[in-house]
Design a protein around this ligand. Structure first.
Ligand SMILES: C[S@@+](CC[C@H](N)C(=O)[O-])C[C@H]1O[C@@H](n2cnc3c(N)ncnc32)[C@H](O)[C@@H]1O
Length: 214
């Protein structure tokens, strides 16, 4: 189930495994799902909730969220993003049996290139991501992309990351400090930490545009 980082031949860490924090985000959505959806749905005016998962791998958090939304009868559309077609294969498998697949869009692409594509043309109400912030060098890229894709007033990103990535320089805490110190236009707040005293601390953070309180 869980796995240490493997740097692939192209220098990125792949989504073939289901990473630990992905399961944390699934659990969080299932526990907090009704509250999240209730608050998001209050502003929907009958429009489908727009959901994006960045670096989705198997896209388990998206699956958990749309399952909650279906129980509540809430309309949604979902965009699943990963680096390339092979990276998106696991997400396609997760959603293969889903009866409303026409609501699901698969988008390939490098984060640094996505802000100027259709991804940013209609802002998202909720963005999910897990195990994406493991290198500090990606912080400016993902911050910029989040600013472009999040609905300015109401958009919410739920991000599940390890607090530190040993041997790498990213993590939830370094990213939180980055957003505070660099005026990157995002507000970031810890909503849950997971500590068992035996392994790395893992965090779930709420990220919004800086003008919005998360
Ligand atoms: C550690 S995996 C996490 C996968 C999944 N979110 C999970 O938690 O199981 C990181 C994911 O981000 C994607 N990724 C990494 N760097 C990327 C980049 N620069 N642009 C787009 N996607 C990237 C990888 O393809 C991979 O699916």
């Amino acid at each position: 189930m869980t796995q240490d980082f493997i740097v692939g031949k192209d220098g990125y860490e792949g989504g073939e495994e289901v990473w630990e924090c992905s399961q944390d985000l699934v659990d969080y959505i299932r526990q907090a799902g009704n509250d999240i959806t209730r608050s998001l749905c209050s502003d929907q005016d009958g429009e489908p909730l727009r959901i994006l998962e960045l670096g989705c791998g198997h896209a388990k958090p998206s699956w958990a969220l749309v399952s909650e939304l279906d129980k509540l009868g809430v309309l949604w559309t979902l965009t699943l993003q990963d680096l390339d077609a092979p990276s998106l294969e696991k997400a396609r498998e997760t959603f293969a049996q889903y009866r409303n697949l026409d609501r699901v869009q698969f988008v390939e692409g490098e984060w640094s290139q996505l802000g100027d594509t259709q991804l940013a043309s209609t802002p998202y109400d909720i963005v999910l991501m897990s195990e994406t912030l493991y290198r500090a060098s990606i912080f400016p890229v993902l911050s910029r992309l989040l600013r472009q894709v999040l609905a300015p007033q109401s958009g919410l990103c739920l991000s599940a990351q390890k607090r530190f990535y040993f041997g790498l320089d990213g993590g939830s805490l370094p990213f939180l400090l980055y957003t505070k110190e660099n005026g990157c236009g995002l507000s970031c707040r810890l909503v849950k930490d997971l500590q068992d005293g035996r392994s790395n601390i893992r965090d779930i953070m709420a990220i919004t545009s800086a003008s919005t309180s998360p």
